[in-house]
Design a protein around this ligand. Structure first.
Ligand SMILES: [Mn+2]
Length: 335
């Protein structure tokens, strides 16, 4: 079954068909996703690597960072490599939600790594660097796009693949709560459940395995939440010192920002995280009219209208002052 979006958009359908043809004709595949891989990228890698293997292809999954422990329930994750630079060559590289080459963190070198590049993404800003560009900003998660591919590939879909796709979609939609969710999202999930996927099991895997140190870190982070005078912007941070105090790791902050976005009156939540390399990783979440992807883009980052990020250099205090001032200005312009 080919999803509704495909029927409506001939340009996308053409890219979709070309991707299928390339997959069919080639043997060795590299799959990768962006730096600090999330549930969407990893879930897609899990499902797609299973399907390609089932078709008799040789598949290597490589990311710039290791799979976070919270995703260790994903089938096939043990085989994922974390290796930069990655010097091997492949017939085809499949890039899962990497809006530009830099977002792979050095995994994909052009030219050289692969003859064909399938660029599959649901970000609005994508530099279309692939030989095939499957860009669909109406997809709530890249997992929806990968699901269409799986349904069309020469291998039956199964419950293990469903685990990856469900994880991709659930984590990218705040568990089916964001405005990005469409009837298509739920139709895909219905098909996953028809394969025998258990929602209770998935909920436990994704949301009920929070490590104790992550909860301690959340407590420290929430103690420093601040708001602007109007109460429309809320921000907070995690420093290296806080990580040390909690005994936690950098990748254990994934959902923290949603606590601030959920505060009554807040239109934009901003989360600042000091990295080990001394940079400041900034995440934005918006509700309402503020397009945080455009804002993040102006600071060298990117993302979606309601979820975006950027990495800046400078001290935490400098970056906070600069970004928050720019955000206030940009929001004032939109009133
Ligand atoms: Mn995504």
């Amino acid at each position: 079954m080919v999803e509704q979006k495909l029927e409506k958009d001939p340009a996308y359908l053409q890219e979709f068909e070309r991707a299928l043809d390339i997959i069919d004709r080639n043997q060795t595949f590299l799959l990768t996703t962006h730096l600090n891989p999330d549930g969407d990228g990893l879930g897609c890698e899990s499902a797609l690597s299973l399907a390609l293997t089932c078709m008799g292809k040789t598949v290597t999954v490589v990311n710039a960072h290791p799979v976070p422990e919270i995703y260790h329930f994903l089938p096939n994750h043990e085989s994922f490599l974390a290796e930069t630079p990655h010097a091997k060559t492949y017939d085809v590289a499949i890039m899962l939600e990497c809006p530009d080459i830099q977002r792979t963190g050095g995994i994909l070198q052009i030219p050289g790594t692969a003859q064909e590049i399938i660029n599959l993404d649901h970000h609005v800003f994508n530099t279309r660097y692939g030989t095939v560009n499957m860009i669909d900003p109406t997809a709530a998660a890249a997992g929806e796009q990968v699901w269409d591919l799986l349904m069309a590939l020469d291998c039956p879909v199964d419950k293990r693949m469903a685990i990856g796709i469900y994880t991709a979609i659930a984590t990218d939609t705040g568990h089916f709560k964001y405005a990005s969710v469409t009837p298509r999202t739920h139709r895909v999930v219905a098909q996953l459940l028809e394969l025998g996927l258990e929602v209770g099991y998935m909920n436990e895997q994704i949301y009920e395995r929070v490590p104790k140190e992550a909860l301690t870190l959340l407590g420290l982070a929430l103690e420093n939440v601040q708001f602007n005078a109007a109460g429309t912007v809320g921000w907070f941070s995690v420093t290296q010192a806080m990580l040390k105090q909690a005994g936690a790791r950098e990748n254990q902050t994934e959902n923290f920002i949603n606590y601030v976005r959920s505060v009554d009156g807040v239109q934009v939540a901003v989360f600042f995280q000091e990295t080990r390399e001394g940079k400041i990783k900034v995440s934005f979440r918006s509700r309402g009219r503020v397009d945080v992807s455009a804002f993040a883009y102006s600071f060298g980052g990117g993302g979606h209208q309601r979820a975006a990020g950027a990495t800046l250099t400078g001290s935490l205090a400098e970056v906070q002052a600069k970004l928050l001032a720019a955000l206030e200005t940009s929001m004032a312009l939109k009133v």
